[in-house]
Write a protein that binds this ligand. Structure first.
Ligand code: ADP
Ligand code: MG
Length: 292
């Protein structure tokens, strides 16, 4: 008997999304991108690490709000997914009507936030205290939403007030309610999970959440959650403000690419192996378990 092949409805740099009627299947592949380019190597198990990590956080935060996860067991998915390449890295999810705001929380000052603070003392319009050094921990995490751009456009940072207006246009009468819930959920999730991660040796410097509405109009968290692809993970060991921090997972890959300028986006196997180790280590540190 032949199994019907299912084609992804969306193929991103790293993830593939399959439509399954009332549900979606999100597959995290073993592809890795550095400096916005997909490398030619695959990082074996990276996809499984990312999917299982999202599962871990969805389970841990169920008491805060519902999430879109239905199952990570391919036996709950159409037969096509019962292949090795989908095992462990696929998540069956409830289909949501996504709210078109990327909900970013920053607990530390880095990246574009650091660049903007140096120029204006502000990050996304929020005034921060003076004298912060690069990578410093902020006294309180800040919520800096951005619009979710159409394909090809860049996401644009917006203020909280603009997020109210933006949502109000799409959902008349609901702008304030949705915007405030997204902000409050984002900060609550970040605080709980970053504190936990820190106790396990990982700093989550910043992250991006996405939320949607279920059939009853409840706000549900979707997408991936607190993975190194949607967040900046830094090793807590050796953390020192005053300069940039190494990336927990991609540090070997980035360092090698920078040191070997003639490359064609292919890493030596030794660097791939070290990178795999970092993903497995992040999973073990956070969950206390080996990836099975
Ligand atoms: N439960 C869900 N229901 C519907 N769409 C979802 C759900 N979870 C995530 N999404 C959407 O799936 C898409 C995943 O695509 P992704 O590979 O991250 O590319 P991009 O972020 O560039 O759109 C995003 O548009 C995200 O908003
Ligand atoms: Mg995305």
């Amino acid at each position: 008997m032949s199994v019907r092949e299912i084609k992804p409805v969306k193929e991103g740099k790293v993830r593939e999304i399959y439509d399954n009627g009332e549900s979606l299947i999100m597959v995290a592949t073993d592809r890795i991108s550095c400096f916005d380019v997909i490398l030619k190597n695959e990082v074996t198990k990276k996809g499984a690490v990312l999917t299982q990590m999202s599962k871990f956080w969805f389970d841990m935060t169920e008491d805060i709000l519902p999430n879109h996860m239905i199952s990570v067991d391919v036996r709950d998915m159409p037969e096509y997914f019962r292949q090795d390449k989908f095992n462990g890295n696929s998540m069956l999810c409830k289909k949501l009507e996504m709210l078109p705001v990327e909900c970013i929380v920053r607990g530390y000052i880095t990246g574009s936030g650091w660049a903007s603070y140096q120029k204006t003392g502000k990050v996304c319009g929020i005034q921060l205290l003076e004298g912060l050094k690069e990578s410093d921990k902020l006294p309180e995490p800040v919520y800096t939403p951005s619009t979710k751009a159409e394909i090809g456009d860049h996401d644009e940072n917006i203020s909280y007030a603009e997020s109210v207006e933006y949502l109000e246009k799409r959902f008349p009468g609901k702008g304030e309610e949705y915007a405030s819930k997204l902000r409050d959920y984002s900060l609550t999730l970040y605080k709980k999970c970053a504190e936990y991660a820190l106790s396990r040796g990982i700093i989550i410097a910043d992250t991006k959440f996405e939320f949607g509405l279920d059939e009853k109009g409840n706000i549900v968290i979707g997408d991936e959650m607190l993975t190194p692809d949607s967040s900046r993970f830094w090793p807590a060991e050796g953390y020192e403000p005053g300069h940039g921090q190494p990336s927990f997972d991609k540090q070997f890959a980035r360092d090698w690419l920078k040191a070997n300028t003639e490359h064609d986006w292919t890493l030596p196997q030794e660097i791939v192996d070290k990178t795999i180790e970092k993903y497995l280590q992040a999973y073990k540190l956070l969950t206390g378990k080996e990836l099975v």
